[in-house]
Design a protein around this ligand. Structure first.
Ligand SMILES: *[C@@H]1O[C@H](CO)[C@@H](O)[C@H](O)[C@H]1NC(C)=O
Length: 123
């Protein structure tokens, strides 16, 4: 009888502790996710922009790096205030729209034309 009571109370303690620990881990994980995922929605509408300058100057199959990045910057620099603000999702939106419009290889501009992978260097 005494044994069962001891067992039951340690089980109780164990459950309490598990819930406590699980909650703690969960809180840490979810707050980290929020830090990473929470970006301000871009106020610019990249879906309906004029991408002619890039599409006309940056063509496959070779996609010459110099021409492509120059055209990319010509397009992007007027919006540098937004695309270089990492608290917004403007850069990601712009990159994915350029890729869609021009059917460019995945990651091409992001990998070759950005400084530090998330910064458009403008004059
Ligand atoms: C798009 O931009 C190009 C020059 O970059 C211009 O010639 C063309 O007229 C523009 N198209 C529209 C629909 O504004």
């Amino acid at each position: 009888m005494k044994m069962i009571k001891l067992l039951s109370s340690s089980l109780h303690l164990f459950l309490l502790l598990s819930v406590f620990i699980f909650n703690g881990v969960y809180t840490i994980c979810s707050s980290r996710n929020m830090l990473q995922a929470k970006k301000v929605t871009c106020p610019l509408n990249f879906q309906f922009m004029n991408y002619t300058i890039i599409l006309s100057r940056c063509k496959g199959p070779s996609y010459p790096r110099h021409e492509c990045c120059a055209a990319f910057k010509k397009f992007a620099c007027p919006y540098k205030q937004y695309v270089n603000d990492v608290s917004t999702d403007c850069l990601a939106l712009m990159l994915s729209n350029i890729r869609l419009y021009g059917r460019y290889p995945v990651g091409m501009f992001g990998n070759t034309c950005l400084q530090g992978r998330q910064h458009v260097e403008c004059p």
